[in-house]
Design a protein around this ligand. Structure first.
Ligand SMILES: [Zn+2]
Length: 142
């Protein structure tokens, strides 16, 4: 029998983030039908559009990101991107677990706040700063 003290909070975090994960699944469905590959890593569904190191579709080069997270769903251009950005994107997963559906408001609000202050809306976004720190810490621990 699973440890109830660990299992219940994890279940609650999954349920809290479900609306965001559903958005990710809806976006991922046509990609999966088009041949993208999905893997589960630490309870997160990671979907790679391409198994190549570099994206093999010209359209993918135009996207402004290499990976994007919606709840417990991470969509990456390539399997290599997913592996390389795993610590960063999984920090975003934890952010969704804390904020739930409100993350869809909090993230752009943080970008807007930084833009109004004259900062970069992406690089200075508090959630991106936190994700970069988490990824750097994970790299240092490895
Ligand atoms: Zn990020």
């Amino acid at each position: 029998m699973p440890n109830a003290t660990k299992f219940l909070p994890r279940l609650v975090r999954y349920i809290w983030a479900v609306p965001c994960s559903v958005v990710g699944l809806v976006l991922a469905a046509p990609l999966l039908l088009a041949g993208a590959k999905a893997h589960s890593v630490c309870g997160v569904l990671e979907i790679a559009l391409s198994q190549q190191v570099k994206p093999d579709f010209r359209l993918l080069h135009r996207l402004p990101f290499c990976a994007i997270t919606f709840g417990h769903v991470v969509i990456g251009l390539t399997a290599h991107n997913l592996e390389h950005l795993r610590a960063h994107e999984h920090e975003h997963v934890r952010q969704y677990e804390r904020w739930g559906l409100f993350f869809f408001l909090a993230y752009p609000a943080s970008s807007l706040y930084q833009w109004v202050r004259g900062n970069n809306p992406y690089w200075d976004n508090r959630f991106e700063v936190q994700a970069r720190l988490s990824a750097a810490n994970a790299k240092n621990e490895a």
